[in-house]
Each structure stands twice: as structure tokens, then as C-alpha cells.
Design a protein around this ligand. Sequence first.
Ligand code: SIN
Length: 485
Amino acid sequence: MHLLRNSAYVNGNWISAASKQTFPVCNPVDNAVITRVPDMNTADTQAAIDAAAKAFESFSKTTAKERSDLLRNWYNLMVKHSEDLACILTKENGKSLAESRSEIKYGSAFVEWFSEEARRIDGQILQAPFPNRELFLFKQPVGVAALITPWNFPHAMITRKAAAALAAGCTCVVKPSEDTPLSALALADLAEQAGFPAGILNVLTTSVTNSPAVGLELCENPKVRVLSFTGSTAVGKILYKQCASTMKRLSLELGGNAPFIVFRTANVDVAVNSAMASKFRNTGQTCVSANRFFVEDDVFDEFVEKFVQRIDQEIKMGDGSKEGVTHGPLIKKSQLDMVNGLVKDAVQKGAKVHCGGGPLPGLGPLFYAPTLLTGVTRDMEVYNREIFGPIAVINKFCNEEDVLRQANDTPVGLAGYFFSQDISQIFRVARKLEVGMVGVNEGLISCAEAAFGGVKESGLGREGSRHGVEDYVDIKYVCIGNLKR
Ligand code: SIN
């Protein structure tokens, strides 16, 4: 793992925190310390923002082709070092190597995509309403972008934001999760090798103790003009408030509570395949994971039976770096306690456990068995919240109108999935689901080409796709008047 760095990266330098404080990064498989990284504080953050603001002066003047070439170099290096990146990811996050490899591929695709999009951030010539005027819309980079990224996709959530920001001509200060800073540092190493000048991409590592103050500085510092965050709705709301004082542009990819609906018209085998992929991706710690299964009464027993069979046969939990392991541990004790608490509460109130149902301490301190519950009722906590763990809750329904009401009965709306072979039903339900992304007969829908984002309390803005750069550009209207015709 020659990309494993243990310094922060600011203004083109690999540095310690001014305070010289560090914090440990642990492997969730056994809590062993992988390395220690600098614990940057508010003063370090200000220095990184200053560096990014200074670098913006020249980077904002680069041509789209120059930025495209830099991004393409970065992407090529990610491909070349993909195995190293995957090993680092598995070590700090715990997901299996197979999952890490697919995240590296997925995440790197954003850099490839935005290297191409960089050259298409075009303005517009407008039809002037007066004969002696010419009207234009210019698209210009917003300025310094602060990117706060989560532990569940430590590679892809940085590339999805940073590549869009850099394509637009913004400079970046990245604050990765305290649980997974090593993937971020590896990306900074590759950015340096790719030829990005000093100050364009900065990575601040911060402990859980310093994170709130660093986050506050990123929100309140007037030199930061856009803040992008992926994480919980609760934290998103805090950042939203904190950004008000400087009226920052905000891109928020927040929590979901994805319905996964299997209609009687579905191909049940396709639905079960997709359920496996959607529910257990990253051991369920994914904001677009299926969170509430609704299965129509006619096919309920068949779906449950096949789903349990597939879980028993196909999920092999363990140390993700070992051959044959499909799923790793949860990221930290608070996650394990939360998941365990949800299942205990449901079981106490009468839910039926079809498989799993508890931690797997024989494998390590943070393993939780893939679990399938039925008989869940609204008074159980697991019915109402984003689970973020390997727990599948299967509810029965008896008609389309009723299931749509239940599916939409939540303040968030990120992804939703449904399975049907009735074309009229497909259009009807796709339009009526209150979510930003819909999978029809498909449980894995993320890709660089897609517009990723939610409605309601799931956030603001879209990432990926040609819309992904919109958060990082200002539209400037230019009117040239008194022209002689
Ligand atoms: C997330 O869970 O935060 C992102 C998942 C994805 O990009 O598909």
C-alpha cells in the first residue's frame, strides 16, 4: 500500500497539524490501529482555505482543456493504482476487497466523466429584446469549495464532488470522515502526481473531537463559496444553518429511507437478486440501500423464502481482505449498537426473525449478522428510520394505492425501487414515488452518468451527470448595450 500516507495535504505540502496532535485510524475488522494522521484544527483549516483561495486566482483562469487534461491524468493514475486504492479502502472501511474494487471503479468514473464534462460547461447567447444590445450568460467557477465526505464510500464521495468542482475551475478543501481519511490522502497523492498545482486540492484530516469546529470554519469562512456534504440529514441541517451567515451555495446529499416495492406482477427472482445487491451493499451502510421492503400479498411468502435462502447461501462475513469474504463489519461501535438496538426493540415488540438477529462476536467486535425481519409494525423504531445496517424489514401490502401512501409517508426521499412487469404501472409508480432516484426492476442504480440526489429532507442539488457541475458554477448575465447596427 504505497499510497498509504499519514500526513495532511495542504498547499502542495504533506504536513502535520500545527498542534502536532494526531489521532488513530483503525481497521474495523479488529480495531487494530493502521496508522495515525494529523488532527487538524480551526487554524489549520484557515490555512488550507487561504491556500485554496490563493490557488483559485490562477486555477480559475485555466482553460477547460487544461482542467480536463489534469482530471484525465488523475483518472489514469486511479486506474493504474486501483488495487492499492482498494486495499487501503478495505483496511480503513472494512468492506470486502470485491466491494472496494467496485467502489474504486465507480468513484474513478466520476473523474473520467468530469474530465469530459469540463469542456462542455458552456454559457449561452441570448436573444436580446432591443436591437442595439447583445446578451450573454457566462458560467464561472464559484470559488473555493469545501467538501465534507462520509466513511461509507471514502473514495467515490470525494471523486464525485471534487471532480465536478475542479472541472468547473473551483479549488477544494476536503474534510474526509475521521473514520476513513486514508483514501482521501491516497487521492491527494495521485492528484499531486497528476500535476495539479499546489493549493488546488487540499485534504484536512480531523478527529471526531475537532470535526465540529473544522466543519464550522468551513461553513462560516467567507472565502469558501460552496459547501458540499454527504452524510446524515441531522448533520446536513446543522451545516445548512451554519452556512446561512455567508450565504454559501450548498450541495447536500443526505439520508434516505428507500422503499423497495415488489408488486404481484414482478419477476420475483429479479426482485430477490436486486434486494441482495441493494440491501447488503457495504453491509447495508449505504444511503440508497433498500430500507423498507413492501411485498404484495400474493408473492410475499415466495419472496421471503427466496431472500432468506440467498442470504444464507451467499453472504460470507469476515475480514474483507480475505479471499471469499463478501461482506465486512460495521464501521464502528455506535453503528453496531444502533443496529442491535433496532432489532432488539422490534423483536421485543413481536417481529419475527427469519435469519440473523444479533452480533457475530466470533468474527470481530463489529460484525452483525445479515438479518431478515417480518411482522414489523409502526410502533417499532426499525419501521421508521434509516437502518444503515444489514437488516431487511419485509412488510406486506395489498394494493398499489396503499403501498404508495406508505412509501411516501416519510420526510426524506432519496432513492426508491420497485418491481413490476406492467408497463402502465411502471410509469404510474415511477412518477408517484416521492424520491430523487427510482430503480425499476433494478436495485443498483448509481453511476457517473446518473443525477444523484434526493427530494424533501434528503438534500439539495445533484451530483454526477451533466448537472453535477451546476453547484460549482455561477451564471453571470452580461448585457452589452448601445451597439451600432
Ligand atoms: C452513499 O451511500 O452515500 C452513496 C451511495 C452511492 O453513491 O451509490
